[in-house]
Design a protein around this ligand. Structure first.
Ligand SMILES: Nc1ncnc2c1ncn2[C@@H]1O[C@H](COP(=O)(O)OP(=O)(O)O)[C@@H](O)[C@H]1O
Ligand SMILES: [Mg+2]
Length: 650
């Protein structure tokens, strides 16, 4: 990120059109220079036409130059009268060349500056979005589809880029072309100037109409594009499931449906352009022929000279071009404005206030954790707006209301949770899927804010801790292991602050019982993970993420089902290694195996968001309840296994 102070937030609050303008702040000067360059190029080109008129009328036909223009007519007339035509020709030819060179050079610079601005701006916006997205809340990401985000960050940003590269500069070009050529014709004949531009209001009204139509169509088009990219992204991520369930045909049909929808919207979109173009072309063509006809008649009647007619006919072409293109630009601009709105939607989302809260003891936290009557329910802030935000122009305002006003609270997931842990103790959470274990531990990292009650760490309310600080103190091994497409070593080192030696990496890997596995890979710790490298088993991934967390040496360790995909043998290895590591840090373990859970100082049995049993293993095992049932069930399986093994041994 090249510029951290680049604040797009204020752009998100402004209307789309003024946002597009504000986005240019800091670049307006170079952009202005680009437009001036366009004007100079246009002037040079008009100069060529005037030179042409001069050549025909005043040099070839020897008519005296009219008085009353900017030029010193008297002197020029005198020079032309005295000099041989053949002597004037080289000068005129040089002037033609000079004008052409000026036109070329300035056209080049205007294009260069405009594209520089466009590329820089779009790079900034992309950087900003990338940075912004990782600072948004869990809730936002829970409820936003990946494909949707990808299409906004790529396709919509690109449409904004195109606007600055071509359309914004195009507006300047059109305006200058029109003004300069109109003035040029006006100097030749005011009557012709007005008669050559009578269709302008018609074209402008038509353009505004199409601006709206195309905007609407493009919104639907981009939405469908997002839907398609979502489907595609999901399909590719889940391709193994699709294959395993032999659902290819079904999935293909579903994709085909969305794709057909996009096709239809695309056709409609194209049809709009397709209607607009021929109509404006006919209007502009008629205007041009009308202009030629008027000019020719005036020339035949002797109202204007032949040279004037020649220059005029060129300038008419030059004035028809901007009239015709005003429509194209305006319609293209509408797509940029739509895309801008879609990007605005993301920017408008509030970031997680990572640095809010002022309690951050320099020597870390000890790890006394207390939950006092804590209740929590997930929010659905974005539920509808994320989907139909692009539908209407008013969606922004509507979403603001939703964010400020009614956060849709779903029924609570955690009810009146109370418990207390001393520093260094182990808490185990046991309970069926969906009982709220993950939710409970996620509250500690302030991924979500609890609604009622009080959570304290070292007797300080959780809200007083900075989120960033907390996340450095608390190490979490998430339920779903995620590894980046980098080397194994980079994955383990991810998140460790400061210099990390190889020995430390190895030690963490050993503690997570994954060192030996890594050593079997041809490149050891330098092996790439993921699509371009080795494919790891679920258990291996879990152990790598465990090593990653252990390396951070956190004061509070959270293991969310960190050993669910690991076999019993390996799990006991990890348990042994962890025993040392857990010694002086508070640890939360979520696990299904009684052997893992039984070492805990406090076992909490959760059911449907409530703590239904609590105590140590010895207490719970002698109490009728879920814990005893699970214990008996697992003991029975172990016994059966033992029996069978000894039967084989006999
Ligand atoms: N991000 C989320 N948004 C909304 N509801 C959620 C979210 N995560 C989990 N839930 C719901 O909260 C409940 C508890 O889930 P969870 O804490 O993941 O349970 P566990 O980890 O015990 O399996 C479930 O009913 C689940 O549907
Ligand atoms: Mg869970």
């Amino acid at each position: 990120m090249q510029d951290k102070n680049f604040d797009l937030k204020k752009i998100a609050r402004s209307s789309k059109l003024s946002g597009v303008w504000q986005l240019m702040s800091g670049y307006k000067r170079i952009y202005f220079a680009a437009i001036v360059a366009v004007a100079i190029a246009t002037l040079a080109r008009t100069g060529i036409y005037f030179l042409l008129a001069f050549f025909v009328d005043n040099v070839l036909e020897q008519q005296p130059l009219r008085e009353g223009t900017l030029l010193p007519a008297e002197r020029i007339n005198a020079i032309v009268a005295e000099t041989d035509i053949l002597d004037i020709l080289p000068w005129l030819a040089s002037l033609f060349v000079i004008f052409a060179v000026i036109q070329g050079v300035f056209t080049y610079f205007s294009g260069r500056w405009a594209s520089w601005t466009a590329e820089t701006l779009s790079r900034k916006v992309r950087d900003y979005l990338y940075d912004h997205l990782q600072r948004l809340t869990f809730t936002y990401h829970d409820q936003t589809q990946t494909g949707e985000l990808i299409s906004r960050v790529t396709s919509d940003v690109d449409s904004i880029r195109l606007f600055y590269a071509e359309q914004a500069i195009g507006i300047g070009r059109i305006i200058f072309l029109f003004i300069i050529n109109f003035t040029g014709i006006y100097l030749l004949s005011p009557y012709l100037a007005f008669m050559s531009t009578i269709v302008v209001p018609v074209v402008i009204v038509m353009s505004i109409f199409f601006f709206k139509q195309v905007g609407k169509a493009f919104e639907i088009f981009q939405e469908q594009e997002s839907r398609l990219s979502n489907r595609f992204q999901e399909h590719v991520s889940g391709v193994r499931v699709v294959k395993a369930f032999a659902r290819q045909d079904y999935e293909t049909d579903r994709f085909e449906k969305e794709n057909t929808a996009k096709f239809n919207v695309g056709i409609k979109f194209g049809l709009l352009h397709g209607t607009f173009w021929p109509v404006t072309d006919i209007i502009c063509g008629a205007q041009m022929i009308f202009g030629f006809y008027l000019g020719a008649r005036m020339a035949i009647n002797g109202d204007i000279s032949v040279g004037t007619y020649l220059a005029y006919s060129q300038m008419v072409l030059q004035i028809i071009w901007p009239i015709r293109n005003v429509g194209r630009l305006v319609t293209q601009m509408s797509t940029a404005v739509v895309s801008f709105g879609r990007v605005q939607d993301i920017i408008a989302q509030d970031r997680e206030p990572l640095l809010q809260g002022d309690h951050q003891p320099t020597n870390g936290i000890r790890g006394a954790v207390k939950f006092d009557n804590v209740s929590f329910g997930y929010e659905t802030v974005l539920a509808s707006s994320a989907v139909d935000s692009a539908n209407t122009v008013g969606a922004m305002a509507r979403k603001q209301d939703e964010t400020d006003g009614d956060k849709n609270e779903q029924p609570p997931v955690l009810h009146n949770i109370s418990f207390e842990v001393e520093p260094g103790q182990i808490v185990a959470l046991l309970g069926g899927t969906g009982s709220g274990k993950t939710t409970l531990v996620n509250l500690l990292d302030r991924f979500y804010e609890y609604d009622d009650g009080l959570i304290t760490i070292d007797d300080v309310p959780l809200q007083n801790y900075q989120r960033e600080y907390l996340r450095k103190q608390i190490g979490i091994v998430m339920q779903e292991p995620f590894l980046f497409s980098r080397t194994i070593k980079e994955n383990i080192k991810y998140g460790a602050s400061g210099e990390v030696t190889d020995e430390q990496v190895f030690a963490a890997a050993k503690a997570a019982a994954v060192h030996d596995v890594i050593m079997t890979f041809p490149k050891g710790y330098e092996t790439m993970v993921g699509e371009r490298g080795v494919t790891l088993s679920g258990g291996q991934k879990q152990r790598l993420t465990l090593a990653r967390t252990l390396l951070r040496n956190p004061s509070i360790l959270i293991l969310d089902d960190a050993t669910s995909s690991v076999d019993t043998e390996t799990e006991s290895q990890i348990r042994e290694a962890l025993n040392n590591l857990m010694a002086n840090r508070t640890t939360f373990i979520i696990a299904h195996r009684i052997q893992t859970v039984m070492i805990a100082d406090l076992i909490l049995v959760l059911d449907d968001g409530r703590i239904v049993q609590r105590g140590s293993h010895d207490e719970l095992v002698n109490q009728p309840g879920i814990y005893q049932q699970v214990f008996n069930l697992q003991a029975k399986i172990e016994d059966d296994l033992q029996d069978e093994l000894s039967a084989i041994g006999d």
